[in-house]
Write a protein that binds this ligand. Structure first.
Ligand code: PEP
Ligand code: MN
Length: 378
């Protein structure tokens, strides 16, 4: 329920409405929408207070809240929210690129990927240390050892780290090393985990569940925010449909739909949507064109030998090529990708004709060559 105050409502009247609601145990959200002051009442007890609030001095009218996720809804918060991770702002004019391997495998792998993605415009480093795998026999991640490596490569590259937490009891240890905690698709409705990340101070990247609706994603975000953490970024990563030519179906409509419904930033994961590296640059471009605030993409220095998701991981040179294209698309929609001083764009005409064919066949082996490539373009 929304209490709309009279335009002539005095500060004293406003304070007594707020005090009344608080005394009766109501949770509230005060916002200025244009000329109007709104007091949003959250929770089931709101209705029982309606009669008394309506007759209080300074109250113009009561309106029903349309969205069941009042704190993440745009209804009470018309401006975009920005989520800060280190010096990176997600939700502003920049299209923020997060990149790195699916799973942290060893120091050489992570350092090689981290250095190259940083060089070509990634602003955050991704990499799973705790991996939610469909099969119990697949690589489950390095655990805390992987977190240590992520923190080391953050030191080397300056890129803040986003990594997944899969269990409520791991939130503390992941938060000790990471700058942003990821809740993966499989855990989007793990409500205890959502409340746990809501009760700590690191920003949260919340991925859409594989069979979840947009509304369910927003309700999951509401869990995190209502537990006390407003720093949530949503991620569309493809949903399961009848289509089998891609790993998942990227619901590109979800980007403008979410941007309309919520003030939270929205990013896209083209890698898990596509399941196949040659499609990733196309989906990344579509995401930027559709208004996404960023992308999170998997990159590997030797995808053929990756311990997870090698098929959908971009090679280092594939990442570089994608970034050239993505910068142009970002510019076309009045956004930008932060350019580091050392960055020198490659000649797109040289690389584009071989884009589809060569991505993946030209995997760069080892950290040394990766660094050479990076140095070549410095
Ligand atoms: C991941 O980002 O590595 C991951 C497992 O993604 P999702 O939860 O979207 O499947
Ligand atoms: Mn993956």
């Amino acid at each position: 329920m929304i209490v709309v105050l009279d335009s002539g409502c005095s500060l004293k009247q406003k304070a007594s409405v707020v005090r009344f609601i608080e005394r009766r145990g109501g949770r509230l959200l005060v916002s200025e929408i244009g000329e109007e002051t709104h007091i949003g009442l959250i929770g089931t007890e709101a209705q029982s207070l309606a009669g008394e609030i309506e007759s209080m001095p300074g109250v113009a009218e009561l309106r029903a809240i349309a969205a069941p996720y009042p704190q993440v809804s745009r209804d009470h918060h018309p401006e975009n929210s920005e989520v800060r991770v280190g010096d990176v702002r997600i939700g502003g004019t920049e299209v923020v690129v997060m990149a790195g391997p699916c799973a942290v495998e060893d120091e050489d792998q992570l350092a090689a990927v981290g250095e190259v993605v940083a060089r070509f415009g990634a602003r955050m480093l991704r990499g799973g240390a705790f991996k939610p795998r469909s099969s119990p026999y697949s690589f489950q991640g390095l655990g805390e050892e992987g977190l240590v490596l992520l923190a080391e490569v953050r030191e080397q590259t300056g890129l803040p780290v986003v990594t997944e937490v899969v269990a409520p009891e791991d939130v503390d240890v992941v938060g000790k090393y990471a700058d942003m905690l990821q809740i993966g698709a499989r855990n989007m409705q793990n409500f205890r985990l959502l409340s746990e990340v809501g009760a700590q101070s690191r920003p949260v990247l919340l991925k859409r569940g594989i069979s979840s609706t947009v509304e369910e994603l927003l309700l999951a975000a509401e869990y995190v925010v209502s537990a006390g953490n407003p720093q949530v970024v949503l991620c569309e990563r493809g949903i399961r449909t009848f289509e089998t030519t891609t790993r998942n179906t990227l619901d590109i409509s979800a980007v403008p739909v979410l941007k309309r419904k919520t003030h939270l930033p929205v990013i896209v994961d083209p890698s898990h949507a596509a399941g196949e590296r040659s499609l990733v640059p196309h989906l990344a471009g579509a995401a930027a064109a559709a208004g996404a605030d960023g992308i999170i993409v998997e990159v590997h220095n030797n995808p053929e030998s990756a311990l997870s998701d090698g098929k959908q991981s971009l090679t280092l040179d594939g990442f570089e090529t994608m970034m050239v294209q993505l910068r142009r698309i970002a510019t076309a929609v009045d956004r930008h990708i932060e350019t580091r001083q050392t960055y020198k764009p490659i000649d797109l005409a040289r690389t584009l004709p071989t884009w589809e064919g060569s991505v993946g066949t030209n995997a760069i082996k080892g950290r040394k060559q990766a660094c050479n490539i990076a140095a070549e373009h410095a």
